[in-house]
Design a protein around this ligand. Sequence first.
Ligand code: HEM
Length: 281
Amino acid sequence: MDFITWATSPWGQSVPTHIAFGLMWVAVIFGFFFMVVHTIYVAIVAPRKHVKISAAEAAAVPERVPRHSLTARLFHWIMALSMFALLITAFLPKVGVEFNWVLYHWIAGLLLTVSVLFHIVHASFVMDFWSIWPDRQDVRDSVNRVLRFFGKPAPQPKRFAKYPLENKLYHAVIMVAGLAVIGTGLFMMKRVPSIFTPRNPYLFSDFTWGMMYVLHGLAGVGFIALIMVHVYMGIRPEKLPITKSMIFGWMSRDFYLEEHDPQRWAVKQGKKRSYAGSDAD
Ligand code: HEM
C-alpha cells in the first residue's frame, strides 16, 4: 500500500496530494490492538500494588484532594469536544458519509487552536508547568519497575507525582501531533473559503501544499489511535477516579495516597499548602 497519493502538476512534476486514507483503518486496528494487549496485561501479568499508608500520612491529607481547577477542566472538555468534532468531520466523509464537512472542520479547528493557545499560557503562568514533564525520579522508577518485573533486585519504586510517566509521555506525543495539525491546519485555511482569511492557493508550491496535507493527514490519523487509547484508559475501572476528577475537580484521599506520593505532589489544605505546590488552584 502506498502511504501517500500523488498527482501530476500542470508542469509535469509529481506532487503529493494526501495520505492514503486507508491509513485510518491502520490507526483503528492499532487502537483496538492496544486495548486488548493492555487488558490482558492488567488482568494477568501486571504486578499487584501493595501500598502501606500510615495513620499519620492519612491524617495530613483532606478527604477530597483537589486535582484539576475549574479552568483546567473547562479547557479539557472544550478541547475534547473540538477533537471529536474534528475527527468526525474529517473521517466520516472518507467512509462515504457526505456533508459540508470542511466548514464544520475548520470551525472546530479554530476552537481547538484557541483552546490550546489558552492552555499554553495557563500552563506556563498559572499551573505547575513542570508537573507534566518526565523527571529523573520517573526514569529511575521505571527502570526499577522493569528490573523488579524480571525478578532482578531493585528498590521499591516511589508512588507517582501528579502524573505517572505514561501520562507524561502521552501528553508529549499528543502535544507534537496537536501542534502539527494546528500549524498545518491554519495554513490550509488559505485553501478554503472562510470569513477569516482570503483564499490564496498560490501561497506555496504544489509540492509544499501536498506535504502540508500529508503531514496534517498523518497527524490526524495518529489522533484516531491516540483518542481511542485515551478514552479506553478513561473508562477502565481502576482509572475511573481520575476521570471523575476531570469532572468534579477532586479525588478521594484513599486513591490519592495509594497512587501519589505526597512528597512529590502536594495537597492543598484550605489556603495552606503542605509540601510542594499543586496546580489545582
Ligand atoms: C484532531 C485534529 C484534526 C484532524 C484529525 C484533522 C483531519 C483532517 C483531514 C483528514 C483532512 C483532509 C486532508 C486531506 O484532504 O489530505 C483535513 C483537512 C483540513 N483541516 Fe484538519 N484535522 C485536524 C485539525 C485541524 C485544525 C486544528 C485545523 C485548523 C486550524 C484544520 C483545518 C483543516 C483544513 C482547512 C483542511 C482542508 C480542507 C480542504 O482543503 O478541503 N484541521 N483535516
